[in-house]
Design a protein around this ligand. Structure first.
Ligand code: CMC
Length: 368
């Protein structure tokens, strides 16, 4: 009998939030193509869509954005915690700890859109504050007139960001917001199914997101491209990695057996920002070489570029250091996590799968 691993093909829940069609390379958010939303919408509009099930009208959006701005404040004790944690603590661990410290009565079961909005508004503040503290820089207050993506860049740098950078980051954040029953979302839904609070579900999700096989991949993509160094070495480097049983970061996906539509969309966005950049040329060269060699070394596995490859490229192009890659992914994915927690609460039944015991049996008969 084949080993039972990874819950491959197992349906864990029905969902109205998104469709991830791995055979055809489609990603749909509540009836809309995600790649179109990424170009035409703001972060706030798509968050509204995922939480409420429909796009907002003008009045709804205004009220929603007003609440969003009002929610941009960090409790004093969480700021103290950000100052207290040792400098070498990885940013994802800081994020997880800070989010868990938000666990107050305001986030108790049952979860609500108001709770989801409040924590989504706070996540970029945690990341930006900690990043600036780590780098000995003064903290920057949020700027009310800026949208979510622009405000995040502003709080990191202290400079009003270029429109092209905001557009590119928004596209990435929207495409990163939601992706069906991925590992972190599943972790969050499992916690939520116990009727634990939204904050507990999110800290579990952040823990899952941190791993290099999930949200940690973009940082590894940069490391891989740095190790390859130039186009001439790409093929040898990839061959040697695959011959040693290594993985090419930013390639392969459990669900997509064709091109990841998020990678396609982000390739175009990055190309607009970085067409002259030699690093981007190298990335495009490595992508083509990797796809060819993955087919040679792993025939039939259908391994293509995933979202993380171009997530790394886009974040690099807008000047984010690699330490911020996975936290930035989390700033986006918190919307999907909380949409799933809300959905789980609405239909809740505790997750309790079975395991197959493969250990030894006692040699003695059970005593009566
Ligand atoms: N490089 C080399 N070989 C690979 C890769 C890769 N990136 N991905 C899968 N394979 C091979 C793997 O070695 C295995 O070969 P064999 O059949 O000879 O043992 C086969 O393809 C199937 O791999 P698997 O590990 O069973 O696939 P999975 O569905 O369990 O894993 C994955 C999916 C994304 C973890 C994996 O493709 C991977 O490790 N990719 C690199 C890390 C990465 O880019 N992660 C970001 C994923 S996208 C964002 C997200 O959803 O979180």
């Amino acid at each position: 009998m084949a080993k039972v691993t990874g819950l491959e093909g197992v349906v864990a829940a029905e969902t109205d939030i998104s469709l991830v069609d791995g055979e055809n390379g489609h990603l749909i958010y509540r009836g809309f193509w995600a790649k179109e939303l990424a170009i035409t919408s703001t972060f706030e509009e798509v968050a509204y869509l995922l939480w409420y099930g429909q796009l907002p009208n003008t009045a709804e959006l205004e009220a929603f954005k007003g609440q969003w701005v009002a929610d941009r404040c960090l409790p004093e004790h969480v700021l103290s915690l950000l100052k207290l944690l040792p400098r070498e603590t990885p940013l994802m661990s800081v994020l997880q700890t800070a989010v868990s410290a938000m666990s107050e009565s305001q986030y108790s079961w049952p979860p609500s859109v108001e709770q989801a909005l409040k924590i989504t508004a706070v996540l970029p503040i945690i990341v930006a504050y900690r990043y600036r503290l780590e780098n000995g820089l003064p903290l920057i207050e949020p700027l009310n007139q800026l949208d979510h993506a622009a405000n995040y860049l502003y709080m990191l740098t202290g400079v009003i960001p270029e429109a092209a950078h905001v557009k590119a980051l928004t596209a990435y954040l929207i495409l990163g917001m939601e992706h069906g029953m991925n590992a972190s979302t599943f972790a969050g839904r499992v916690v939520s199914s116990t009727q634990s609070d939204l904050i507990s579900a999110l800290t579990a999700a952040i823990g899952a997101m941190k791993g290099p096989l999930h949200g940690g991949a973009p940082t590894e993509v940069i490391a891989m491209l740095d190790a390859i160094g130039n186009k001439e070495q790409a093929e040898d480097w990839i061959r040697s990695t695959l011959e040693q049983g290594g993985r090419l970061m930013g390639f392969g996906h459990r669900v997509y057996k064709t091109v990841d539509p998020r990678a396609e969309a982000l390739r175009q966005v990055t190309a607009r920002l970085s067409s002259e950049d030699p690093w981007f040329e190298l990335a495009i060269h490595v992508e083509a070489a990797a796809i060819k060699l993955l087919d040679e070394y792993k025939p039939g596995r259908r391994l293509y570029t995933n979202v993380e490859f171009f997530a790394a490229a886009i974040m690099r192009a807008i000047g984010l250091p690699s330490a911020l890659f996975t936290p930035t992914f989390s700033i986006a994915r918190v919307v999907g996590w909380s949409a799933h927690v809300l959905e789980q609460a609405a239909i809740n039944r505790i997750f309790r799968p079975q395991s197959v015991y493969t250990g030894p049996m006692p040699t003695e008969q059970v005593s009566k």
